[in-house]
Design a protein. Structure first.
Length: 87
């Protein structure tokens, strides 16, 4: 089974581990949903549709460097939101 952002779901009999996975997945999905639209689009095309950055730049009609920058900024935002303290 595939999750929302293209990662395979692993079967685990331990309900506690499954609960942690579900909670983490929801946390990440919620954080992605709060990204600015331009960044969210790049993340979605890369992670969900598995497009290359070249394909993303063509699809969105933006320079390759812009696609890369949007992804970098999105990842920075996600890191800060998901791990707000320096763990």
């Amino acid at each position: 089974m595939m999750s929302t952002y293209g990662q395979a779901d692993f079967v685990d009999d331990d309900p506690a581990i499954q609960a942690i996975r579900d909670e983490t997945r929801q946390l990440v999905c919620d954080a992605i949903g709060r990204l600015p639209a331009e960044e969210r689009d790049v993340v979605s095309l890369r992670m969900q549709d598995n497009l290359t950055f070249q394909q993303i730049s063509k699809r969105l009609g933006i320079p390759l460097g812009t696609a890369l920058t949007r992804m970098r900024r999105a990842l920075e935002r996600l890191r800060h939101e998901i791990q707000p303290d320096d763990r």
